[in-house]
Design a protein around this ligand. Structure first.
Ligand code: S3P
Length: 168
């Protein structure tokens, strides 16, 4: 299939943007790209190290640059970090050059998926469950601005999710 526009996966940490995006790219036989991965590769440091050494504002700047550069390339499936869609400038770029898909998952499912991972700097707090809840509450109204929303379910296989995105 020939994509006319990039499909941009947005949504919370743990929603499954990368897994579903990878499966969707395979289904459509188009390239898959991940903005976090590109930032890590360019900086030669992990996301946690970038947050720690350079600070979140630096990470956000890199995120905007990377998302812009990837959207200027040939159409692809692009997975973005959970905060990328929060910036109005990023949203404008994404909306102009791609189709945004919110992978919508409820807080319990997100928590189940991220609770044992230590890679996410925003959850390295004394009460990560509460931090996740606060981030979720603040972001849901913004994710709702995406072009499409697709629900994630605990038992739904990744391939089935990718088919849901395709159907939407
Ligand atoms: C972030 C989500 C992470 C990563 C960074 C910040 C966020 O990506 O970009 O830790 O602000 O929600 P994932 O959504 O892929 O975990």
């Amino acid at each position: 299939m020939r994509l006319r526009k990039s499909v941009v996966m947005v949504g919370m940490m743990g929603a499954g943007k990368t897994a579903v995006g990878t499966a969707l790219a395979r289904l459509l036989d188009v390239p898959f790209l991940d903005s976090d991965e590109e930032i890590v590769r360019a900086a030669n440091r992990s996301i946690a190290e970038i947050f720690e050494r350079d600070g979140e504002p630096f990470f956000r700047l890199k995120e905007t640059q990377v998302v812009g550069r990837l959207l200027d390339g040939p159409p692809c499936i692009l997975s973005t970090g959970g905060g990328a869609f929060m910036s109005a400038a990023n949203r404008e770029m994404i909306t102009a050059k791609g189709v945004s898909v919110w992978i919508r998952a409820d807080l319990d499912l997100l928590w189940q998926r991220v609770r044992h991972k230590t890679t996410r700097p925003l959850l390295r707090t004394p009460n990560p469950r509460e931090s996740l809840r606060a981030i979720y509450e603040a972001r849901v109204p913004v994710y709702a601005l995406a072009d499409l929303a697709v629900d994630a379910e605990a038992d739904l296989a990744i391939e089935a999710m990718a088919r849901r995105v395709l159907a939407a």
